[in-house]
Design a protein around this ligand. Structure first.
Ligand code: ZN
Length: 276
């Protein structure tokens, strides 16, 4: 089987869009003529004789092929050089949007393995820390452009969603009894509630229910201050009751809260709250 040529396997056509020859080993960026028209980076290892079985993730994983890695690395370096220049005049958000469009819609090979791209891969392509890329992705999410599915970039899906803080609280409620954190249990639960609200109410976007005041996808600061102070008061009351019953740990917690609040008060009075 020759990777560089068009082939049909199990009734599906594989069309090579670009082919490299690394030490007589063919590596190709192929388009699969299935419903999705998915694109993949493949090499001779992926199509080697079936009498020599191999497993993805195993010792002879085709994805650990050195020729394939060479092609990936060379392409990533080219992408890095290109976007280092581009980032001198354009924002990280614009660049992420462009990379996403090129990979996801145009099925271009920029150094990734498939026609999907992970946030971690973007960070490598633009030579920026992952945290910076995630912050830019949050801006793109707030603009209804791109969202994350796990760490994979996908087009924004317009629907009702809770602000981040409420999602975290609901996830915690479900996963804490199971042993926090607990896989996808909380995510599935949050998704179910959000879908039910989307289908059964007129709220078709979290912003419509929570208003954003420029803070979406997070709660407005005044709402956080309101609920935060109420929760803190409730926590203090519970600890005070337990401390009065002789619970020393509760007294320790009260001292901790008092010290925390005193620090806040000092910072606010001296106008340095942003330093906390
Ligand atoms: Zn190979």
């Amino acid at each position: 089987m020759e990777v560089g040529k068009e082939v049909t396997l199990f009734g599906v056509r594989f069309i090579p869009l670009k082919v490299w020859n690394i030490d007589n080993h063919a590596v190709a960026w192929v388009q699969v003529e299935d419903d999705r028209k998915a694109a993949h980076l493949v090499c001779d290892c992926d199509f080697r004789d079936q009498d020599k079985p191999y497993t993805y993730g195993g010792a002879d994983d085709p994805n650990s092929c050195p020729a394939k890695k060479t092609v990936e690395q060379e392409r990533v370096q080219k992408t890095q050089r290109f976007y280092t220049e581009v980032l001198k005049t354009r924002s990280l958000e614009e660049v992420i949007e462009e990379i996403f469009r090129r990979v996801y819609e145009k099925k271009e090979f920029l150094g990734q393995r498939r026609d999907i791209v992970y946030a971690q891969e973007i960070a490598v392509m633009v030579l920026r820390p992952l945290q910076e890329v995630l912050a830019a992705l949050e801006t793109l999410y707030a603009q209804d452009k791109i969202e994350l599915y796990g760490m994979i970039l996908i087009p924004f899906r317009h629907r009702f969603q809770f602000p981040r803080e409420i999602q975290s609280l609901l996830r915690f409620m479900i996963e804490e009894p199971l042993g926090w954190p607990n896989g996808d249990a909380g995510d599935c639960f949050v998704g179910d509630i959000e879908r039910a609200i989307d289908a059964g109410t007129h709220f078709k976007h979290g912003r419509e229910a929570f208003g954003d005041g420029g803070n979406w996808p997070r709660l407005r600061p005044d709402i956080k201050a309101l609920f935060g102070s109420q929760w803190l008061a409730e926590a203090m009351m519970s600890y005070m009751v337990r401390a009065a019953q002789g619970d020393e740990k509760a007294q320790g917690k009260l001292d901790e809260i008092a010290a925390f609040l005193q620090k806040w008060i000092d910072q606010i009075m001296t106008g340095r709250a942003h330093e906390i």
